[in-house]
Design a protein around this ligand. Structure first.
Ligand code: HPA
Length: 279
């Protein structure tokens, strides 16, 4: 198998035949957020299937496109649909698109996901600005020989979510009247949802929201020196003593409502990015 760098080079060659710009921001659209790309100017859509070494999405509710365009005048690359560890991909496959986006030139990554809300102050469809995370997945995308040209062997994780972007997101949500908390995200492998005892434990170790994605991508972004901003949308309430069976249709419908809020919030945040946020 080719090493990561050669795989990235092959992917970039194909992408460059369709898009020659330099995106400044990468966005990973989680469940419900695909509407964001409807607002793009000068859109170029490349199906994951056309890109060498890109995994294929196996989840029906997720699309599979790398979409380029401008939002508030800023060149963006958006992943419409992401890859999950529970689908059977390796952590290197799950995070490969982040390596590609880095090579395309992004300075900031915005990651979004659907998550279960364990903090009792949260309501369905609330946004959570991720201030930190806990990795409970059984694997790590950086395991194995480190390519020093991609990042450090032992990347620092004291602030994987950029404090100035967290502050900007919080201020903007407040101004727009969009309910947004700050919180800790814990990543589990899935695909099953958690038992009551597991929610109790995850809350007890300090997490506010739980989901099956995001942390691998954020670890690779930290390794690659990309500034990250993360959002969860609360799609189900996970209070151990009042737990109800969730159904995926309800998760998807709540995600669509919250996705609409995020689709309004993200452009407003982008509009306020100045040089300082990307220094
Ligand atoms: N647990 C894990 N992942 C999730 C949940 C949950 O309750 N809701 C949405 N994604």
């Amino acid at each position: 198998m080719l090493n990561i760098k050669n795989q990235v080079t092959q992917a970039i060659e194909k992408i460059r035949s369709a898009y020659t710009g330099k995106p400044r921001v990468g966005i990973i659209c989680g469940t419900g957020l695909s509407g964001l790309t409807d607002q793009f100017d000068s859109k170029t859509v490349i199906s994951y299937e056309e890109i060498p070494n890109f995994p294929r999405s196996t989840v029906q509710s997720h699309e599979g496109n790398l979409t380029f365009g401008n939002l508030t005048g800023i060149p963006i690359v958006a992943m419409e649909g992401r890859f999950h560890y529970y689908e059977g991909y390796s952590m290197q496959q799950v995070t490969f698109p982040v390596r590609v986006m880095k090579e395309l030139g992004i300075e900031i990554l915005i990651v979004t996901n659907a998550a279960g809300g364990m903090n009792p102050q949260m309501n369905l469809a609330d946004l959570v600005i991720i201030e930190d995370h806990i990795n409970m997945m059984p694997d790590n995308p950086l395991r194995g020989i480190n390519d020093d040209s991609l990042g450090d062997r032992f990347p620092d994780m004291c602030a994987p979510y950029a404090p100035e972007l967290i502050e900007l997101a919080q201020k903007t949500a407040l101004e727009m009247g969009i309910p947004a908390h700050k919180g800790v995200f814990v990543a589990v492998s899935g695909p099953n949802l958690e038992t009551r005892a597991e929610y109790r434990m995850l809350r007890g170790i300090g997490a506010d929201v739980v989901g099956m994605s995001t942390v691998p991508e954020v670890i690779v972004a930290a390794h690659a020196g990309i500034k990250t901003l993360g959002f969860s949308v609360v799609t189900d309430l996970c209070l151990p003593d009042a737990l109800e069976p969730v159904n995926i249709e309800s998760i998807l419908s709540v995600a669509a409502t919250a996705g609409e809020r995020l689709s309004r919030l993200i452009p407003k945040i982008l509009d306020q990015l100045d040089g300082s946020a990307t220094e």
